[in-house]
Design a protein around this ligand. Structure first.
Ligand code: NAP
Length: 353
């Protein structure tokens, strides 16, 4: 050991050595030829790994991190990368072992990855990000508000003489209560129930999702609250049956969300196999991987029967298609992640799909 400081150079001026520095031991100087040079006293613990970050599309070298601690997580590496490329904040970064492979998780640890002493990671820019909570609140507040505009028949929708008039059909009022209840429930669940593992999603998704939710809400509301709307063929019987389906499915959906929440301790990203609890609504976990989607589809089918309105049926169909795709993906992940995953389960529809 000498008392001379050793030179720790990084192409993008970054090193995880800062993590183990004692206060005041890091000296930084700037050299135009070397980039930022960090002077590290020689008594520092030994470092073993190096990380180079290449652009996944062009293979251009974006960053070289010299002597990274093997215990460093991907989240820490992302933070270091951000220091040299501030435009790519951590939530925007996808780091992979293969240019076309899956993104590594933030909690993945460098020494547990199949890499040598120089790890090559491929970077992809995920685009501007927005928080999930903002996305959900925007997505769900929109339909709630839009539907009510039609329900109260504000001017410029149905013609002047219908402004602020009210429908004479009970089912129209009931439909408004159900629709509003559904979205208030979702807003409250987003704020107080769900424990998301991802903080953000790409900003562009919000435009797509809002067009979908807001557009369908306006289309459905226009017909249901139309002054010429005709109530369902089988009258009160049909409405009562539909209401029962809707309420049961809303309770079921809420119960599953609570069960999923209980799987994950606050602040963690743990994923576990969900199992039925004492609550009978959760027993659907015996047969499907995503019963919350099953119940969600059921709610919309109930709403379609209640209103006997074609746009509602189409919304249910599109929602069902989308949720089936997601449910299949989640089901596959469960099978891959958990060897003891219950074999009887299907993604979304018991015994079928
Ligand atoms: N009408 C429609 O078109 C439509 C479409 C989609 C959703 N929705 C509604 O929105 C609700 C939420 O949708 P979503 O896609 O976010 O549902 P989801 O993927 O089932 O997730 C619900 C919550 O549970 C967590 N979670 C899921 N599986 C988990 C596990 N095995 N262990 C621990 N936590 C787990 C999720 O965390 P992560 O962040 O880790 O995923 C998330 O916070 C749905 O249930 C449905 O009611 C409606």
């Amino acid at each position: 050991m000498t008392s001379e400081p050793s030179l720790l150079k990084t192409l993008c001026g970054l090193s995880l050595s800062t993590k183990t520095m004692s206060a005041g031991m890091l000296l930084e100087v700037w050299s135009p030829s070397l980039g930022k040079v960090i002077l590290v006293p020689s008594f520092q613990p030994r470092f073993t790994s190096m990380v180079e970050i290449l652009d996944a599309k062009t293979r251009e070298k974006l960053c070289f991190l010299d002597k990274v601690e093997p215990q460093a997580t991907i989240a820490e590496i992302k933070n270091l990368f951000t220091k040299s490329h501030p435009q790519w904040y951590p939530a925007r970064q996808s780091l992979r072992l293969d240019p076309k492979g899956k993104s590594l998780k933030d909690e993945d640890v460098l020494q547990k990855l199949p890499v040598g002493t120089t790890a090559t990671l491929y970077f992809r820019d995920l685009g501007a990000q927005i928080s999930w909570v903002t996305v959900f609140l925007t997505e769900y507040a929109g339909p709630l508000f839009i539907y009510l505009l039609f329900y109260f028949r504000v001017p410029f929708i149905y013609g002047h003489r219908y402004d602020f008039t009210s429908s004479r059909h009970t089912v129209v009022h009931l439909a408004c209560i159900c629709h509003s209840f559904h979205y208030v429930k979702r807003l409250l669940e987003t704020l107080f129930v769900h424990r998301f593992s991802h903080g953000t999603m790409p900003l562009r998704n919000i435009f797509k999702n809002c067009t979908y939710y807001w557009g369908f809400a306006a289309w459905m509301a226009y017909y249901i609250n139309h002054p010429l709307y005709t109530p369902p063929t089988y009258g009160a019987q049909q409405v009562k049956l539909a209401l029962a389906i809707f309420v049961i499915c809303q309770l079921g959906n809420f119960s599953i969300h609570m069960a999923l929440r209980d799987l994950r301790p606050a602040g963690s990203k743990t994923r576990k196999i969900p199992y039925p609890t004492k609550n009978p609504f959760t027993w659907l976990f015996l047969l499907v991987s995503c019963p919350n989607y099953t119940y969600e589809v059921g709610s919309w089918i109930g709403f379609a029967i209640m209103t006997q309105c074609l746009p509602v049926a189409l919304f249910s169909l599109v929602g069902f298609t989308q949720m089936t795709i997601w449910a299949k993906g989640k089901h596959r992940s469960y099978l891959k992640e958990f060897r003891d995953y219950p074999p009887l389960r299907m993604p979304i529809i018991p015994f079928l799909l």
